[in-house]
Write a protein that binds this ligand. Structure first.
Ligand code: NDP
Length: 479
């Protein structure tokens, strides 16, 4: 199936008529093509967005909210169809796309349909100076949303929904590796009556299409989720143009397990936090640190549970682990497993590519556990972003915290303990934007979302996102 750009409400081929192959990772074969867009396509998208901006930014909050709600409703109605498309494009289990990815995309629109009706601004009375200040929070204009391949529609809509709710017009680019559901979103937006040009979706390579968006002098804000190196590059390009930036980047998240935790719940959740979506979630707990007194027990139980996970065809209802997103990503993840022995690590489970019967060319890998000796090794310091976790014991809470923080990233952390003082201390001291205690990936869309250190700059979620997508203007009236 051929994907097209969505510009001014129309589905268009790229100006140069150049195309990129789109792979189905579960079979390792091309199943369609997408535009290899260049500067001209981005310019056309920008022009459409600019034309739409005066109308959309002056559309009432109620009307914007209704349209966003309608998009949410249509996403829910088309759940099976969209989950199937996501699974085929990305390799993730259909069950996961149906339970998480698509419902969350709908929830993103519904949440911001509601949030925009409650978004307000402040007034400051300057007592003694006979003046009143009020804040106008105005849409920025044409903004851009650039998203990665791991949670395609989920993350794409997490940006687009607040951007348009706040009255902006958008030039968006999904990852060229997983463009399908973004394309289908265009059809849904038309069906929901989103005015032409409010959302424009340009497909293509990061280094050309993405780069053209970032370099565009009049696209005033960039909301980006992706790798840390790409984020740093975007920041360098955007800085001289003083663009507003929100960067959600990589992670190497610690999972700290104390002996006093609820063991069964911890074990079950740790399997999920390690390997959901083939470990390709920026929030996966990829470094597992376990208190010494339960280390051996945990090791045995964890290995046993992980070895029971079924790697296979994403459309098989028994499958726990689908295909990795691409051949090059599979090779990258394998290259980390290959250095385990050099780094003094021991592979406790997995480590091998899997050949799935009937899907022999798909990109399958066993869920892999590596016991490491030292936190200061590549396996513990670099983001692998696949079904690979490391295991290491610790003796004290102080040591656990030091290990957790001894990394350049700071996205999320998980803590398993029933000790309140320890919970409070570690939550305060740990370098992370999100801390889960006795749970993982429990999300309330009103909460701030983002990382510290090399995991990014800025926060998404709730009113934080609406603040990012608006400019605050102070009006001071002397009376
Ligand atoms: P990339 O950084 O490679 O790509 C992200 C997006 O940026 C893609 O759409 C990509 O396009 C585009 N892009 C690439 N180069 C440029 C450029 N020069 N200018 C503009 N856009 C560009 O990340 P991945 O897609 O590989 O995603 C995995 C990464 O995302 C991991 O590091 C993961 O941790 C992170 N991530 C972070 C999350 C968070 O919330 N903090 C959530 C999810 C993932 P294309 O793919 O077409 O090249």
């Amino acid at each position: 199936m051929n994907i097209k750009n969505y510009i001014n409400g129309e589905f268009l081929s790229p100006v140069t008529n150049r195309w990129i192959d789109n792979y189905n990772p579960s079979i390792g074969e091309v199943y369609g093509q997408l535009p290899n867009s260049d500067v001209e396509d981005v310019e056309n998208a920008y022009q459409a967005a600019t034309k739409a901006f005066p109308g959309w930014s002056n559309t009432s909050i109620d009307e914007r909210s209704k349209i966003l709600s309608k998009i949410a409703g249509l996403l829910e109605e088309k759940l099976d169809f969209l989950a199937e498309a996501e699974s085929k494009d990305n390799g993730k289990p259909f069950r996961l796309a149906k339970a998480i990815d698509i419902p969350r995309a709908a929830a993103n629109f519904q949440y911001f349909a509601n949030a925009i009706t409650q978004f307000s601004s402040e007034a400051h009375e300057s007592i003694g100076l006979d003046a009143m200040n009020y804040t106008l929070r105005q849409p920025i204009g044409v903004v851009s949303c650039i998203s990665p391949w791991n949670l395609p529609l989920y993350l794409f809509t997490w940006k687009i929904a607040p951007a348009i709710a706040a009255g902006n017009c958008v030039v968006a680019k999904p990852s060229e590796i997983t463009p399908m559901t973004a394309y289908l979103l265009g059809e849904i937006c038309n069906e929901a009556g989103l005015p032409k040009g409010v959302l424009n979706i340009v497909h293509g390579l990061g280094t050309t299409t993405g780069q053209a968006i970032v370099e565009h002098p009049h696209i005033k804000a960039i909301s980006f989720t992706g790798g840390t190196a790409t984020g740093a590059h975007i920041a360098r390009v955007a800085a001289p143009m003083f663009k507003k930036l929100s960067l959600e980047l990589g992670g190497k998240n610690p999972n700290l397990i104390f002996a006093d935790c609820d063991y069964d719940n911890m074990l079950k959740t740790t399997v999920r936090s390690s390997f959901s979506n083939q470990g390709q979630i920026c929030l996966c707990g990829s470094r597992i640190f376990v208190e010494e007194s339960i280390y051996e027990k945990f090791k045995t139980d964890f290995v046993k549970k992980v070895q029971q996970l079924k790697v296979g065809n994403p459309f098989d209802s028994e499958t726990n682990i689908g295909a990795l997103v691409s051949k090059s990503h599979l090779e990258k993840v394998k290259s980390y497993i290959a250095i385990a022995a050099d780094e003094g690590g021991e592979i406790l489970a997995g480590g091998e590519q899997v050949v799935v019967e009937g899907y022999e060319n798909g990109y399958y890998l066993q869920p892999t556990i590596i016991e490491v000796k030292d936190n200061n090794c590549k396996l513990n310091q670099e983001e692998i972003f696949g079904p690979v976790v490391t295991l290491m014991p610790f003796k004290t809470a102080v040591e656990a915290l030091a290990l957790a923080n001894d990394v350049k990233y700071g996205l999320s952390a998980t803590l398993w303990t029933n000790d309140l003082k320890r919970t409070m201390r570690i939550s305060k001291e740990i370098h992370a934007g999100i801390v889960w205690v006795n749970t993982w990936l429990l999300r309330d869309l009103r909460t701030p979302f983002g990382g510290v250190k090399a995991s990014g700059v800025g926060r998404e979620g709730g009113f934080e996102a609406l603040q990012f997508f608006t400019e605050a203007k102070n009006v001071c009236i002397k009376y």
